[in-house]
Design a protein around this ligand. Structure first.
Ligand code: DC
Length: 234
């Protein structure tokens, strides 16, 4: 990818797990013709690396040491019938995208994301993508730390009950077993960890616009954010 000389458009979408960030960010990217950058996937790829290496998930020092050799890169591949290419995550050259979304990987991703060495390593990757392309980037600290100059910052959230129900429906639709109360507890625990960590905690940037999706469907949220972008960027 050639570096753009003009400033690229950067749209940051942050928020807790299950708020609908990736669905919405993808829809916005598609409508605007921008690239969608899923930063959670990078932490998940790091988690796969650490799980394979056998690193203790509760040993932050070991995680800080072991993450150094993880070679994580992003590539985009065209999708038939769509203008928006799809993000693939490569770990040491291997495409690990299809294995990113398990509970085990999600838990390790959450644990390793509190370690400064992990965040520093992924920060440059995230920033370089945003310098080269117009992006919709979702994560936890995009508006606050990674892209503080993003033209549009959205903080997307929904109640714990609504987020748990969405996750529950997703698992059931996939034919997996699920317990709504357990999922709600896990979401609460992940929120607590993401919001209270000392490094880059999940928090709404001062200049971010809050969008609570509890009572909105995907189309409504997408239209709301597109109108925010229209009023702000172009
Ligand atoms: O959004 P996700 O569930 O794929 O993210 C996986 C974990 O990575 C989650 O616990 C939070 C963490 N994460 C982060 O700390 N910073 C980001 N920009 C993205 C994800």
């Amino acid at each position: 990818m050639e570096e753009n000389t003009e400033r690229t458009v950067n749209i940051a979408i942050d928020g807790p797990a299950g708020a609908g960030k990736s669905t919405i960010a993808k829809a916005i990217a598609r409508r605007k013709g921008y690239i969608y950058v899923d930063t959670g996937a990078m932490f998940r790829a790091m988690a796969i690396y650490l799980l394979r290496k056998g690193t203790d998930e509760d040993d932050e020092e070991a995680i800080g040491r072991d993450c150094a050799d993880a070679d994580i890169t992003i590539s985009y591949r065209p999708v038939a019938g769509s203008h928006t290419p799809e993000q693939r995550v490569l770990l040491c050259g291997e495409d690990v995208t299809d294995g990113l979304r398990t509970e085990q990987v999600g838990n390790m991703a959450s644990k390793c994301s509190v370690v400064p060495a992990v965040r520093d390593k992924l920060k440059e990757l995230q920033r370089s993508l945003a310098r080269k392309e117009n992006v919709v980037m979702d994560g936890r600290d995009i508006g606050t730390v990674i892209l503080p100059d993003a033209q549009v910052k959205i903080y997307l959230t929904a109640s714990v009950g609504v987020r748990a129900k969405r996750r529950y429906d997703e698992l059931i639709a996939r034919g997996e077993e699920a317990d709504l109360d357990v999922i709600a507890q896990q979401i609460q625990e992940r929120d607590r960890r993401d919001m209270t960590r000392p490094v880059a905690p999940l928090t709404q940037a001062e200049d971010a616009i809050l969008v609570d999706t509890s009572d909105m469907n995907v189309e409504q949220v997408t239209e709301r954010i597109l109108s925010i972008i229209k009023n702000t960027v172009i």
